[in-house]
Design a protein around this ligand. Structure first.
Ligand code: HEM
Length: 516
C-alpha cells in the first residue's frame, strides 16, 4: 500500500512530553522574583527547548543520528523534499537510527532483520499511514483496523483475490490495456517525438483498476472524472501537509476527490447487487464479492453495505494507484535500457502466443511466462515502488538486546537495503532477471529479503493482482510496439511522490511493430 513515506507525521503519534511542563515549575519561576513577563516567557521557552533536547537524547540513547535535534521542527526540512540520497545516508548510518520531526521521535530500521521484526510484531507496532491518510480515506475505513478486527475483516476480503477471481480480472485487464496502448500508438503517430509516460501510465492503471473493481457498473464519464481528480489524492500524500483541510489546501482537494470516487463506487456496489440478484454472471470484483456474500455457505457472516464496499474498493485504489504506476513506469524504463532483456521477453511471447499476437492473454498463458515474471520481480527489486512504511509503537518495543523503542515513537521499516543486499543479490544495482530463474540461486533461497510487498499481517493483499497486471501490460506492449528511451540528465534521478518515479517521467518514443 502507498504507505510509502518517511518522516511523515501521524496524527495519533503526537507524543507531547514538552507540553507536560509541570505547572508547579512555572509558578516557582514567578515566586519572589522581580521577573517581568518577558523574563518568565524566556525562561519557559528556554526550559522547553532544553527539555526537548534532553528527551530526544534520552530516547535516542546510543543510536546513530544527530546529537541535537533542530528546535521544534527537527528534520522537517528534509522530509519536505525527500531524496533517495538523503534516505540512503540515513539507512547506511546504522541498522537502527534516530531522527525527530516536530517532536515525533522516529526510529528508522534499515536491516532485513529489524524491518521484518517491526512488520511481524503486531503486539508492539501497527501501521500508521501518512498524516493525511485518515482525512482522505475517512477514519472509518477498514485499513485503520488493528489486531483481531483487522485479521477478521481482511480474511473476508481474501475471496477477492482467489485464482478464479484473478482469471476474471485478466480478461478485463487485457481489454483495457489494449485500448490504452492503442491510444498511445495513435498519439505517437501524430507526434513521434519521445513523450513522458508518467501520466498516461497512471491513467492506464486507474482505468484498469476501476474496470476490474466495478466492470460496467461505473459509467465511462465517471471513470474519467475519477482519473482526473485522483492526482489531487496523490499530491496530498506528501510527507508533511498543512494540518487543517482548509479550502485550497492539498488535503481539502483530496477529500473532494474522494467524495466523487466514493459516490460512484457506492452506486456501482448497488448496481452489482441488483445485477447478481437478477442472475447475472460475475464480471468484476464487485460481482465476485456480491456472489460470495449471497452464497448459502456465507449465511450468518458479516454483511457489507454499499458504502462499506465502496470504501474497501477506494482503499484498494488508494493502496495501488501510485505503487502500480511506479512499478509499471520503471518496468518500461528497465526494459528500454536493456534491449537484450526485452528481446528475451519477446522470444517468450512468441513461444507462448505461437504467432497469434491478437489473442487475449489468459492466466494459464501467463503461467507459462517465467522470464516475464522474473523481469517484473527484478524491476521492483531494483526500484521498489514502496521503499518504507511508517509504523507506530503502541508500547515500548524491545527491538534488540540493547535498544527499546519508546512507546508512541514511530518506527519505519525500510526495504531498500534488504532488496539491495549484495550477498543475496550480487551486483545489486544491476537489472538481472536471470537471478530469479535459478531455483537454488541466492535470490530464491532468501525470500525473506524480498520485501517489495511488506511482510506479516499487513502484507499487501493485492500482490498477485499487481504483479500480474504489470506483467500483462509489459507483455502486451512488447508485442504491440518498440519503445526507445530518451535519456535525459534526470532519467536516473528519483522523484519521491509517495512512491518512486524517474524524475523526467520516463520519456519514450513508440513505434508500432508489424507482423507479416
Ligand atoms: C506494485 C504494486 C504494489 C506494491 C509495491 C504494494 C506494496 C504494498 C506494501 C509495501 C504494503 C504494506 C505492507 C506491510 O505493512 O507489511 C501494502 C499494503 C496494502 N496493499 Fe499493496 N502494493 C501494491 C499494489 C496493491 C494493489 C493492486 C492492491 C489492491 C488491489 C493493494 C492493496 C493493499 C492493501 C489493502 C494494503 C494494506 C493491507 C493491510 O493493512 O492489511 N496493493 N502494499
Amino acid at each position: 500500500m502507498d504507505r510509502s513515506a518517511s518522516a511523515s507525521i501521524p496524527s495519533s503519534t503526537a507524543d507531547s512530553p514538552l507540553y507536560a511542563f509541570p505547572a508547579s515549575t512555572f509558578s516557582t519561576l514567578l515566586q519572589g522574583k522581580p521577573a517581568t513577563w518577558l523574563y518568565t516567557t524566556l525562561a519557559v521557552v528556554f526550559s522547553l527547548l532544553a527539555l526537548e533536547q534532553a528527551v530526544y537524547r534520552y530516547k535516542k540513547r546510543h543510536l546513530p543520528g544527530d546529537r541535537w535535534t533542530i528546535p521544534i521542527i527537527g528534520k522537517f526540512a528534509d522530509s519536505v523534499s525527500p531524496s533517495m540520497e538523503g534516505y540512503k545516508k540515513q539507512w547506511d548510518s546504522g541498522a537502527l537510527s534516530a531522527i525527530s520531526v516536530f517532536n515525533i521521535f522516529i526510529v528508522m530500521a534499515s536491516s532485513n532483520e529489524f524491518s521484518r521484526k517491526i512488520l511481524n510484531s503486531p503486539t508492539y507496532a501497527e501501521p500508521c499511514l501518512v498524516h493525511s491518510a485518515k482525512q482522505v480515506l475517512r477514519p472509518d475505513n477498514w485499513v485503520f483496523l488493528t489486531g483481531k478486527d483487522h485479521v477478521e475483516y481482511r480474511r473476508g476480503l481474501n475471496t477477492l483475490f482467489t485464482r478464479k477471481a484473478l482469471g476474471i480480472y485478466t480478461s478485463i485487464q487485457e481489454t483495457i490495456t489494449r485500448k490504452h496502448l492503442t491510444q498511445w500508438l495513435e498519439r505517437a503517430a501524430k507526434d513521434p517525438s519521445p513523450q513522458p509516460i508518467m501520466m498516461t501510465a497512471r491513467h492506464l492503471n486507474i482505468d484498469t483498476s476501476l474496470r476490474v473493481f466495478c466492470g460496467n457498473h461505473i459509467p465511462e464519464h465517471a471513470a474519467l472524472d475519477i482519473n482526473d481528480k485522483y492526482w489531487a489524492i496523490t499530491q496530498s500524500l506528501e510527507l508533511v501537509n498543512f494540518p487543517l483541510a482548509l479550502p485550497g489546501t492539498k488535503v481539502y482537494k483530496a477529500i473532494q476527490a474522494r467524495k466523487v470516487a466514493l459516490y460512484w463506487l457506492e452506486l456501482a456496489a448497488e448496481k452489482s447487487k441488483l445485477s447478481m440478484a437478477n442472475g447475472g454472471e460475475p464480471e468484476c470484483m464487485l460481482d465476485e464479492w456480491v456472489q460470495t456474500l449471497s452464497h448459502p455457505n456465507y449465511k450468518g457472516k458479516r454483511e457489507f453495505s454499499n458504502l462499506e464496499m465502496a470504501m474497501v474498493l477506494f482503499s484498494f485504489l488508494f493502496a495501488s494507484q501510485d505503487a502500480m504506476s511506479s512499478g509499471l513506469i520503471y518496468g518500461f524504463q528497465h526494459l528500454a535500457d536493456h534491449p537484450e532483456i526485452l528481446a528475451k521477453v519477446r522470444e517468450e511471447q512468441e513461444r507462448v502466443r505461437q504467432g497469434n499476437y491478437e489473442a487475449p492473454l489468459t492466466l494459464e498463458m501467463m503461467d507459462e511466462m517465467p522470464y516475464l515474471q522474473a523481469v517484473v520481480k527484478e524491476s521492483m527489486r531494483v526500484k521498489p515502488p514502496v521503499t518504507m512504511v511508517p509504523y507506530k509503537c503502541t508500547k515500548a518495543f524491545p527491538i534488540s538486546d540493547n535498544y527499546t523503542v519508546p512507546a508512541n515513537s514511530m518506527v519505519i521499516p525500510s526495504f531498500f537495503n534488504s532488496l539491495h543486499d549484495a550477498e543475496v543479490y550480487p551486483d545489486p544495482e544491476r537489472f538481472v532477471p536471470e537471478r530469479w530463474l535459478d531455483p537454488s540461486g541466492s535470490a530464491n533461497a532468501n525470500p525473506k529479503n524480498y520485501l517489495v510487498f511488506g511482510s506479516g499481517p499487513h502484507r499487501c493483499i493485492g500482490l498477485e493482482y499487481a504483479t500480474m497486471n504489470m506483467a500483462l501490460v509489459l507483455a502486451t506492449a512488447a508485442v504491440m510496439f518498440d519503445w526507445e528511451h530518451e535519456l535525459t540528465p534526470e532519467s536516473d534521478k528519483v522523484d519521491i511522490i509517495a512512491t518512486l518515479f524517474p524524475k523526467d517521467g520516463c520519456r519514450l518514443k513508440l513505434t508500432p511493430r508489424t507482423y507479416a
